[in-house]
Design a binder for this molecule. Structure first.
Ligand code: CTP
Length: 141
């Protein structure tokens, strides 16, 4: 059984590892569509920290991942699923219901997100700590 999933996977974290592991458990071949830098700018309003080549390299290095490709458009999901002959589409439940239209060509499974972690929250923590450090440095000088 081939499983396909999609995402940005910027600054990979525990939530990413868990969803990829759980996706792999549903079949025996896991394909990951890593969204392009341009698609992210469109989708999330910012460029990822890691480039698309770096993100594809990182995700391809995960034990359970068998194949990665660049997702260049949200409009092409059906083509990607058909081209890669996926039997199951896995998405995090932040997307619940949004991909039911593909249930005519594959099984659609939404898996629960890992609580309390996202790339956005990690960026916020790093930014806050950075500013705290700057404040400390300016107080010392
Ligand atoms: N994911 C998850 N648990 C999390 C974060 C993400 O299961 N805590 C899943 C998403 O549901 C998606 C995949 O990981 O299926 C890729 O998500 P992505 O949007 O790249 O990660 P986020 O951390 O949510 O990124 P951002 O904060 O930039 O939206």
């Amino acid at each position: 059984m081939k499983v396909i999933t999609f995402g940005t996977f910027d600054m990979p974290h525990i939530g990413h590892v868990k969803i990829l592991n759980r996706a792999k458990e549903l079949g025996d071949h896991l394909i990951v569509g890593v969204s392009s830098d341009d698609l992210n700018l469109f989708k999330k309003g910012r460029k990822p920290i890691y480039s698309q080549d770096e993100r594809m390299f990182l995700i391809n290095s995960f034990k359970g991942v068998d194949q990665v490709f660049l997702e260049e458009s949200l409009e092409l999901k059906r083509e990607y699923i058909l081209n890669y002959k996926a039997d199951i589409l896995v998405m995090g439940d932040d997307w619940k219901g949004k991909f039911d239209e593909f249930s005519d060509i594959c099984q659609v499974v939404y898996l629960p997100r890992t609580p309390s972690i996202s790339t956005t929250s990690v960026i916020e923590v790093v930014k806050t700590n950075h500013f705290d450090q700057e404040e400390l440095t300016s107080q010392k000088n």
